[in-house]
Design a protein around this ligand. Sequence first.
Ligand SMILES: Cc1ncc(C[n+]2csc(CCOP(=O)(O)OP(=O)(O)O)c2C)c(N)n1
Ligand SMILES: [Mg+2]
Length: 388
Amino acid sequence: MTKKLPVKQKIEHRPPPPPAGPVPWDKDFALQLLLDMLRIRRLEEKAAELYGDGKIRGFLHLYIGEEAVAVGALHALAPQDNVVATYREHGHALVRGMPMGAIMAEMYGKQEGCARGHGGSMHLFDAATRLYGGNAIVGGGLPLATGLALAARLQGETRLTACFFGDGAVAEGAFHESLNLAALWKLPVLFCCENNLYGMGTAIERAESQTDLCAKAASYNMPTFAADGMDVVAVHATMQQAVAKVRKDAGPVFVEFRTYRFRAHSMFDAELYRDKAEVEAWQECGPLHTFTARLKAKGAGGVKGGKAKLSEKEFLALDARAQAEVAEAVAFAEAGTWEPVEDLLKDVHTPPPPGRPKEAQPTPGAGAAREHPSPPSSGRGMGGRGRP
Ligand SMILES: Cc1ncc(C[n+]2csc(CCOP(=O)(O)OP(=O)(O)O)c2C)c(N)n1
Ligand SMILES: [Mg+2]
């Protein structure tokens, strides 16, 4: 039997106490953010169901439990800012403004998807809202974001680039190279770490010699912030401070959002690495219902009395709106068109490795977007069960 390696540090796996007190926003803004969290939750619940039905295939990573991070953080950005995310990015795409139909159709693999169904769930991309993906490579977004910030600097643009990544990315060389270069060249990148305590089935204390992620970032000589990622109010306030700092100093800032995913890592995860009791404890301080409860009990705007409180009727109306949008998105995806098989390798820029059948080689002189008459015979198709 193999021996388990010792883990020296113990880190807190219990959730923080749920946020309390009135919500310090005007009610319209509070309802907008509540609606966005509901839109993500309902979209993903439906996506999980459709996955079970075989309508959505390939990889699917749900953000359920982490909604306050994308919603609170992205509402602190300006439309001209760039956003880079991970494969757990349905929420980011939605809040950034990508139509839910385009997200759903992409997951279905239909032409009406944001990437014509070629990317699937992990590769949502939308130039119009400056969402530069969706990235299946852990840590892959960080050099991309650093490059986008460099491009903005060289072109004299004032936009910042917000880069979302998980705690698992901190172990990648790309994390260290990106933070180092961004700090050295004073690039306007906002590094947003979604620390949900696990990278697949590995708890952070089993992967990191230093579990204080702000300390790691600070070693690259940049300001750091940390916030309770289960509290949309705290996320938004912290992100506003961080955004202001990037804009003022034109250099990078690191923010850690401590959060938790309620569902499995992906659809192929038996969750043997964490206790049910741990998951339940975090679910109890879930971002959606704590925010809703707070709005119902204490109201928004710090107004005493019932004026700015959320009623059950208002809550149900918001939820109905979110569910109607999901139903419409599903209908849109269902009615969509399958991408023809002969177009599957369109826009693939890398030529196939040598030794592939001749007909799979790129057409000479076909230009940047090479077309292949027949797809390569890879055993890992969209329905493959390999690891992401
Ligand atoms: C470079 C690379 N190594 C390994 C993997 C396999 N992998 C997919 S997700 C994942 C865990 C990443 O965890 P984290 O960054 O914390 O993000 P989370 O899934 O928790 O949101 C790993 C190791 C990968 N996709 N890319
Ligand atoms: Mg993680």
